[in-house]
Design a protein around this ligand. Structure first.
Ligand SMILES: [Fe+2]
Length: 332
């Protein structure tokens, strides 16, 4: 939206209709807090559009035209990520909608996977391969009915068995089409395998799962848990990272997981937080590798009184070590 536009009820209804649950508002209090994406907007728009076209039909539209365009996008994604500035926060919640979940999910998971691969030292060819593989990892989902895909609550055993078929079907679609190369097909096939052997379809374990799929598994679960779905609200980043560090640790490749954890901030820029001294504010800046201790713009004092724009100040938790973040419940 353009600067100066008033958020009227009509706008709010329209945004709601498109599944947009929140927007960034630039005002005097939030001055200097800018949320950037890790890839350029044009790249994301283009990748989303091609994935939407591929996933619009059953079977998926894996025409050469789409595959060539997707490969161009993969090259853009890799180039954008290689320019990634360390302080930029990954903005995965931005403008997510329920209806378009599948293609947005594919692009998000690809972006996170490339970030991990890049940090693990992949060369250009490997980065392009993992991008293509992860963009196409869920093409088999086009065969799963909306009722199962968007079902509120637990799937029945039968429904879950049907859902599990998407990885094999995706592999078959890509193989049949000869799309890109067999490494790319393997991501569709193996992205639900788990490092400890508890995944599907073949209960592969450890290095018997291709590295691209071990990386995709982390990105896939992270994006699924942080996303809003018809039956649940997305989890906050720090909650998911806590789960990855504890209950889910054995499911993931240890090296890929620690690379991922070093990359993802606990509290993305602009997140509202409550501090142990009673003050409240929003995340202004994250320190890579020290995500527990960001710089917080304080906007509500310890007595619960909002500060005027001149009294708001930045508190650097890397220096104020006796104060910590205790909550990120929305405060406005
Ligand atoms: Fe999947």
């Amino acid at each position: 939206m353009r600067q100066g536009i008033k958020l009227t009820n009509e706008y709010l209804t329209a945004l709601n209709k498109h599944g947009v649950k929140w927007v960034y508002i630039e005002d005097a209090v939030s001055e200097g807090i800018e949320a950037y994406d890790v890839i350029y907007e044009d790249t994301r728009v283009m990748a989303n559009a091609i994935m939407a076209e591929i996933l619009a039909t059953n079977p998926p539209d894996l025409s050469w035209k789409n595959l060539i365009q997707l490969h161009n996008c993969a090259q853009f994604i890799v180039a954008d990520i290689k320019q990634y500035r360390p302080r930029v926060t990954i903005e995965l919640w931005n403008l997510k909608t329920l209806k378009d979940y599948l293609f947005l999910h594919s692009v998000n998971v690809a972006v996170i996977s490339v970030l991990i691969g890049w940090r693990m030292g992949f060369n250009n060819q490997e980065l392009e391969d993992i991008t293509m593989g992860v963009l196409l990892h869920d093409v088999g989902k086009v065969t799963i009915s909306e009722e199962i895909h968007n079902k509120p609550g637990r799937l029945t055993e039968e429904e879950f068995a049907e859902m599990r078929k998407h990885s094999r079907r995706g592999f078959d679609f890509l193989k049949e089409r000869g799309a890109y190369n067999p490494t790319v097909w393997s991501v569709a096939h193996q992205h639900h395998e788990a490092y400890d052997g508890s995944g599907y379809p073949n209960h592969r374990q450890g290095s018997d799962i291709h590295l691209y799929s071990r990386i995709a598994a982390i990105a896939d679960v992270f994006d699924a848990l942080t996303s809003d779905r018809p039956y649940k609200s997305g989890w906050a980043f720090h909650k998911v990272l806590n789960l990855f560090n504890n209950g889910m640790r054995t499911k993931f490749d240890p090296k890929a997981l620690s690379t991922f954890i070093d990359l993802i901030p606990l509290y993305p820029l602009g997140t509202a937080v409550k501090l142990s001294n009673g003050e409240m504010g929003m995340i202004k800046e994250n320190y890579e590798g020290n995500y527990h201790r960001p710089i917080v713009r304080i906007i509500i004092d310890a007595n619960g009184n909002p500060l005027d724009e001149k009294s708001c100040y930045d508190l650097d938790l890397s220096k104020e070590t006796d104060i910590k973040i205790i909550d990120n419940t929305p405060i406005w």
